[in-house]
Write a protein that binds this ligand. Structure first.
Ligand code: FDA
Length: 366
């Protein structure tokens, strides 16, 4: 009855990296994916020849050379550098917070002048920060907080910054140079042709069953493989027996526009409280597209409930305690491996997901 070495629940980057490495060792994998597409959140939908990041903008960045060489061995990357723009009620600022931002805010030209202003605003906040507002002002002062952090964060979490815990913002990167590159990593880019060719290569040797929830047919699939790799949510694997873990979700509204260039940049953040969405993504700019039309996507944060995509784990004390109970169950399994952002209930950048899959493969396939 066991036809496969691994039955893999989910077809995201964690599953794909493991499946690829298992295939290299001659292992046979069956992939069971509940969506009708492969690739998890990396999946790109082709609209007007533009690769639309259907589950949110994905920019690959890493300082891990091994990870960078791995993805480049599978598909070619372009030189895209993320330099998002903040739009506060029509005022345009560069991100991350840098000398261009400070010049626009205060007219300053030198790092010393900018430092002086930020220091004087931070100094006004005394004592231990009691909430996210106090924490943010303590880190970057009042002006940056009011114009560029407050509204965006409140939309993202659906709560006033004075009601949000400090742990959400541990540090806010401030750069005293005129460098608009959002990431500090050594390598960055977008796969030419979008993420689907990368996904195709990762799963090339696997059998695949789409539109199938592994948990619904668990007994059947467990019999088909010597081992299971499960990359879905951990609470759903255990039938929510201790309760549900909380997430924040997003609603994406995409439009095709009959113009060549809508906002001149891939990522624009709307940092006021009134604009109901947090960002507009103009996908063609990820690949320097020259198509006649353009596709934009507005991102609306929303609460999570069954049937919505779980995007951001809410890693507060209550949820972490609940997750720990599920993790103890998972640690007792013999033939089931767990991995990826959902099973580990953590926000994971793509390069870190690949690193984690490398680690699992090292232990498992040695
Ligand atoms: P992922 O969620 O991609 O895959 C899990 C798969 O399992 C899904 O396809 C799901 O349908 C399937 N599944 C779940 N339960 C199942 C079940 N019971 N049966 C069958 N299938 C099941 N990172 C980065 O480096 N740069 C970036 O710019 C971004 N941007 C970004 C934007 C947004 C909005 C989010 C939420 C995340 C990012 N990320 C990111 C993070 C990135 O999305 C993340 O690193 C990878 O998607 C993680 O891959 P996984 O395989 O862990 O999960």
């Amino acid at each position: 009855m066991e036809m496969y070495d691994y039955v893999i629940a989910g077809s995201g980057l964690f599953a794909g990296t493991f499946a690829y490495l298992a295939g290299q060792k001659g292992k046979k994998c069956l992939v069971v994916e509940k969506r009708d597409t492969m690739g998890g959140n990396l999946y790109c939908q082709d609209i007007e020849g533009i690769h639309v990041h259907k589950y949110g903008a994905h920019i690959f960045h890493t300082s891990n050379k091994k990870v960078w060489e791995f993805v480049n061995s599978l598909t070619e990357f372009n030189r895209y550098t993320n330099s998002p723009i903040a739009n506060y009620k029509g005022e345009i600022y560069n991100l991350p917070f840098n000398m261009n931002t400070f010049n626009k805010l205060w007219g300053v030209q030198t790092p010393k002048e900018a430092e002086r202003i930020i220091e004087s605003q931070r100094a006004a906040m005394k004592g231990e920060p009691a909430n996210l507002e106090e924490q943010a002002v303590r880190l970057v002062g009042t002006d940056i907080y009011q114009k560029l952090i407050k509204g965006y964060t409140e939309k993202q979490w659906g709560r006033d910054c004075r009601e949000l815990p400090t742990f959400i913002i541990k540090r806010i990167p401030v750069r005293y140079t005129y460098d608009n590159n959002y990431f500090n990593d050594a390598y960055q880019g977008i796969p030419k042709g979008g993420y689907n060719p990368l996904i195709d290569r990762l799963f090339a040797g696997c059998d695949v069953e789409l539109e199938t929830d592994f948990n619904q047919y668990r007994e059947r699939y467990e019999k088909l493989g010597k081992k299971v790799l499960y990359t879905g949510t951990l609470d759903s694997y255990y039938g929510y027996q201790y309760g549900k873990l909380e997430y924040r979700s997003l609603r994406f509204e995409s439009e095709t526009l009959n113009i060549e260039n809508y906002q001149g940049v891939a990522v624009m953040n709307f940092t006021d409280r009134e604009t109901p969405y947090t960002r507009i993504i103009e996908h063609k700019h990820f690949e320097y597209g020259t198509q006649e039309k353009t596709v934009i996507t507005k991102e609306y944060p929303q609460s999570w409930e069954e049937g919505r995509e779980p995007y951001y784990p809410v890693n507060d004390h209550t949820n972490q305690t609940l997750f720990e109970k599920y993790r103890i169950l998972a640690a007792q399994e013999h033939n089931v491996l767990f991995g990826g952002r959902l099973a580990e209930y953590k926000y994971y950048d793509m390069d870190k997901v690949i690193e984690a899959a490398f680690d699992l493969a090292d232990r498992e396939l040695a």
